[in-house]
Design a binder for this molecule. Sequence first.
Ligand code: FMN
Length: 227
Amino acid sequence: MKILVLNGSPKREHSDTMHITRAFLEGMNEATKHDIHIIQVIDKHIEFCTGCFSCMRNGGTCVHDDDMREILEEILTSDLLIWSFPLYCYGMPAPLKALLDRTLPLSSMAMQKVGDRYEHVGQADFSHLRYLMICGCGFPNSRHNFEPAVAGFKLCFPGSHTIITVPESPMFNAPEAAAVTEPRLALVKQAGRQYAETGEINESLLAEIGTPMIPEEQYAAIVNGGV
Ligand SMILES: Cc1cc2nc3c(=O)[nH]c(=O)nc-3n(C[C@H](O)[C@H](O)[C@H](O)COP(=O)(O)O)c2cc1C
């Protein structure tokens, strides 16, 4: 499988969230060897979408000539897109959101009703693509935190999406927290293996991965102690 990882953390490989993503990829690679390419989104030249819609008309191309041309080609030749990002203001960091906006050339202006909502008709064939969101965050609570990002991801990629969220993610970069982060990363690795073998991750494993690694109050006390 050709896997394209979009690392949306401006911390690049030092990202807390990338610990989760790397564990997932390790699990996938244990099942079968995959061809993996990681893009550090922050290092790419990606202009903001101007909203002109010229890309969506008659097979048009974007008015910007930047790194997005190559990224779009790579997206279309991949089998799995992994969106790895930290939660920023209940959504994705701005550089990754700019990339998402700039995928507009893959759609046309034409709309079609699918179920109870409208979607744009594709200009390119990306029906083979599967989508995985891996999102870490700084608060210990998942409720009243991840919902907007999860809802947005599901709406953007209604077919074949899988979502992994992990609270208390700064702990992945704290060696002294290894006693709790290593077992969590082992579960994520198991999820990666399961995903490679079956194309999905069972709900109970996802739920376990999404729980706080240490009690919320203890985590908050540690953070507050260092302020
Ligand atoms: C601008 C900004 C906004 C943030 N917003 C949230 C948020 O809405 N909820 C949350 O739990 N953490 C939030 N955080 C904390 C990050 O999600 C957290 O530090 C995460 O572990 C960083 O991951 P990374 O190392 O992969 O970039 C925010 C951090 C920044 C810098």
